[in-house]
Write a protein that binds this ligand. Structure first.
Ligand code: ADP
Ligand code: TRP
Length: 331
């Protein structure tokens, strides 16, 4: 494969296993598999819709950067940077806004759900909506279009944003010719949306997550909280449940097969949780060690981000030159 791959992660908190299986791991796999360039970045300006405290944003950026490196991001193959270090993205975003139908943004899920929530509560629909939230998909489109991207690996909830990006690129190209590359979305189907401890989508915003890098004892506690039914240990169990879904992500094929048989025969939820802890901790431990190393040696990470930003600025500058030329701006 010789495609350009890009994905971003919004630093709004500590990464959870849904982020890992739904976004981080597939993105790293795809980035490692392509012969083409790959861009993985921290979308820190996207976090501003919700994070207004500078110290917290710095912490989240640090945490997410260390997480990606600990999960195996190869900085020799991928360009890794902070969005806020690449001003060309923001210039492109303000240009693209003029090629974006307002109706397209009105239909964006994140915006729509906040408006609907306000309507349901009988308050002004604009209540709690800042323009940054409304404009969010345009900024995301600029993140992508600045780098002539073919493939954007994301979780299911981001699909609409990539479609909006493709629409914006097509609107621009319809007027100016083939200037922007139209990207495709890639979704890892088996973990398109991993449910959280309460069965809703695992999300930092619901507080129902299993963090990727917590201590062993915390991991055990989180696993204990996974909701199960009140069946007896001797009762056969359906594998169509959250705990089995999570187990499948961490275990080998033969372990999954064995566990499925034990479900059929009857197994106590306590035992399932212990087994889940063992396989989860087996996969997470080596990454956790690396994560701790990077957190304690963040100057190394900072260097990588600065180098990455330099390259990202060069590439985005080229796109901007093309764009500025066709729109008639100074070149
Ligand atoms: P959160 O909802 O926890 O705030 P983000 O919005 O920061 O997560 O998502 C970061 C990436 O992780 C996105 O590509 C998103 O699609 C993916 N992702 C988030 N939650 C899940 C989940 N529960 N299952 C699979 N992928 C997820
Ligand atoms: N909006 C994405 C999220 O919430 C993060 C993101 C920002 C992104 N820019 C991107 C993802 C560009 C893919 C491509 O997870």
């Amino acid at each position: 494969m010789n495609k350009t791959v890009l994905t971003g992660i919004k630093p709004t908190g500590v990464a959870h296993i849904g982020n890992y299986f739904g976004a981080i791991r597939p993105a790293i796999e795809l980035a490692n598999a392509t012969e083409g360039p790959s861009y993985l970045f921290l979308a820190d300006y996207h976090s501003l819709t919700t994070v207004k405290d500078g110290a917290s944003l710095c912490e989240y950026v640090k945490d997410v950067a260390c997480t990606w490196l600990a999960c195996g991001l190869d900085v020799k193959r991928s360009i890794f940077y902070r969005q806020s270090d690449v001003p060309g993205i923001f210039e492109l975003a303000i240009i693209l806004a003029n090629y974006t139908a307002k109706g397209l943004l009105n239909r964006a899920h994140a915006y729509k759900s906040i408006v609907q929530d306000a309507i349901d509560r009988g308050v002004d629909p604009d209540h709690n909506v800042n323009v940054g939230l409304f404009y969010y998909p345009v900024l995301q489109a600029a993140d992508i279009l600045a780098f002539d991207v073919d493939l954007v690996p994301v979780g299911q909830d981001q699909k609409q944003h990539i479609e909006i990006c493709a629409d914006i690129a097509k609107s621009f190209n319809a007027i100016h010719g083939n200037v922007l590359r139209v990207p495709d979305v890639i979704i890892k189907k088996d973990v398109a949306t991993l449910p959280g401890l309460d069965g809703r989508k695992m999300s930092k915003s619901y507080g129902n997550q299993i963090p990727l890098f917590c201590s062993e004892s915390e991991l055990k506690k989180y696993i204990k909280k996974i909701v199960t039914d009140s069946s007896l240990p001797t009762d056969p169990k359906s594998t169509d449940c959250l705990i089995f879904q999570i187990y499948k992500l961490f275990a080998t094929e033969s372990e999954v097969e064995t566990m499925a048989n034990r479900f059929k025969q009857g197994i106590g939820w306590g035992t399932v949780k212990e087994e889940l802890f063992l396989v989860a901790n087996r996969m997470i431990s080596p990454m956790r060690e690396k994560y701790e190393y990077y957190i304690n040696n963040f100057e190394e990470v900072e260097k990588v981000l600065i180098e990455g930003a330099k390259k990202a600025r060069q590439v985005s500058q080229k796109t901007l030159e093309r764009v500025r030329k066709v729109i008639g701006a100074s070149t």
